[in-house]
Design a protein around this ligand. Structure first.
Ligand code: GDP
Ligand code: IMO
Ligand code: MG
Length: 424
């Protein structure tokens, strides 16, 4: 029997998960998304083309690989349909190719979930989470509140009545907000999309994935968001509403913890965050601006400018511990090509103490980063095709990180394209 390898982000999302899943997917038979929803934006580049996937797993562009949207994912049928329509226009039709299946137990995002997200954020004003406004929080609330609608419900004769019952509940809540809306267009699009997703095979993801393992096939679970956005362990309440950690792959697919194999932890050579919340190494200055410009740090889903800062080792150590990371993958090293000196946060100064962990009160008192200066490499890494060409300053930086993090770095990414990936 094989095991499920897991690939997930160790920072605040947008580490480059989509690119690496695409790179690794030829080694696998099944790629499975296990949590989150269309708040994700996973970018893939190859053959001069660029794709952004929100709900669809990033194995979709490889031949002979099945892709599963797992039970832990929340699906917006309108967005899923749009994603598939766009792919079709670009010459890819995973549904016709039989390469995509949906978990029956995955919950549906309704148009009113999005309205609730927006109404809530509007009310919070300056203290808002900075949600992607895709309805993620309200949908997971209905899931845990035992009100939600699932993919499997769409084929029931009373689906419309169930929908109406839930929407009435949402309208009642919305009436308590000073929030105007018109549902007509969205509702029509929703029901059109529901008909559309009925044509994608529905499966029980727990049996589906375990069946792959029993048959000796290889499975990769694709995380969304990042560890520091995990609802339990992230910078709460500035988090998303799912477990973005390895444990989430177990509940989000229906696999037992002892079925988890390798855990690939992916991080940028620096750090970004989009939305509100603490970010100890943030550079709210021209250096941060430079990272944003060179790294094209604008959200793949919302287009918002991402906040940028130096790499944060206490945060990475925490993420490695929570996930049981066995192999690290460092992304976007090329973004640092032009810097004479780069910095790594090794500790925090917090309440008069030097600490090496993320404190509970990080929300109210932002820790001050203790930074170590590291010599830059001042070399264009994007053209490098083999590890033998990696400059010594980069090798030293990698050795320093491996010593601090106590996990080997197995891949180095030096550009957005599939081919710009070095095995170390
Ligand atoms: P994800 O959400 O983790 O899949 O990451 P996103 O797609 O939201 O953001 C990563 C961005 O960085 C995308 O625009 C990628 O095309 C780009 N990218 C990925 N790896 C690299 C890299 O090594 N170098 C550079 N310069 N860009 C990269
Ligand atoms: P990928 O998979 C970066 C952030 C939002 C906000 C918070 C809550 O592309 O890495 P939500 O819409 O979930 O209620 O927003 O989480 N966020 C992400 N940030 N990458 C993502 O996904 C994110 N998904 C949500 O910006 O701060
Ligand atoms: Mg993203």
């Amino acid at each position: 029997m094989t095991q499920v390898d897991v690939l997930l982000g160790l920072q605040w999302g947008d580490e480059g998960k989509g690119k690496i899943v695409d790179v690794l997917s030829p080694k696998y038979d099944l790629i499975a998304r296990f949590q989150g929803g269309p708040n994700a934006g996973h970018t893939l580049e190859f053959d001069g083309k660029k794709f952004v996937l929100n709900t669809i797993p990033s194995g979709i562009f490889n031949e002979n690989i099945m892709n599963l949207i797992g039970n832990g994912v929340v699906i917006d049928p309108i967005i899923l349909k749009r994603e598939l329509d766009n792919l079709k226009t670009a010459g890819h039709d995973p549904v016709a190719a039989g390469k995509l299946v949906l978990a029956r137990k995955a919950h549906l995002i309704l148009p009113t979930h999005q309205l609730l997200d927006a109404a809530n954020e509007q009310k919070m004003g300056a203290g808002k989470i900075g949600s992607t406004l895709k309805g993620i929080g309200p949908t997971y609330m209905d899931k845990t509140g035992r009100n939600g609608l699932r993919v499997g419900d769409t084929t029931l004769p009373d689906f419309k009545e169930r929908y109406t019952k839930l929407v009435e509940k949402h309208k009642e809540i919305l009436s308590h907000y000073d929030f105007e809306y018109d549902l007509t267009e969205k509702e029509a699009a929703f029901f059109e999309a529901i008909e559309f997703i009925k044509n994608i095979p529905h499966v029980d993801s727990e049996h589906f994935v375990n069946g792959y393992l029993k048959a000796g096939k290889k499975v990769l679970a694709e995380g969304a968001q990042g560890t520091l956005l995990d609802v339990d362990f992230g910078s709460y309440p500035f988090v998303t509403s799912s477990n973005t950690t390895t444990a989430g792959a177990c509940t989000g697919l229906g696999i037992a913890p002892n079925k988890v194999g390798e855990v690939y932890g992916i991080f940028k050579a620096y750090c970004t965050r989009v939305g509100g919340g603490p970010f100890p190494t943030e550079l709210d200055n021209e250096v941060g601006e430079e990272l944003r410009k060179v790294g094209h740090e604008f959200g793949a889903t919302t287009g918002r400018a991402r906040r940028c800062g130096w790499i944060d080792l206490p945060a990475l150590k925490y993420a490695i511990m929570l996930n049981g990371v066995t192999e690290l993958i460092m992304m976007k090293a090329d973004v640092l090509d032009g810097f004479d000196t780069i910095y790594a946060c090794t500790h925090y100064e917090h309440n008069g103490e030097t600490i090496d962990y993320m404190p509970y009160d990080i929300i109210s008192i932002q820790p001050k980063p203790v930074l170590k200066a590291i010599e830059g490499w001042k070399t264009d890494l994007t053209k490098i095709t083999d590890k033998s060409q990696v400059p010594s300053q980069v090798t030293d930086y990698i050795a320093f990180l491996e010593k601090e993090l106590e996990v080997p770095i197995k891949y180095l990414s030096v550009g957005p394209d599939r081919t710009q990936t070095l095995a170390l």
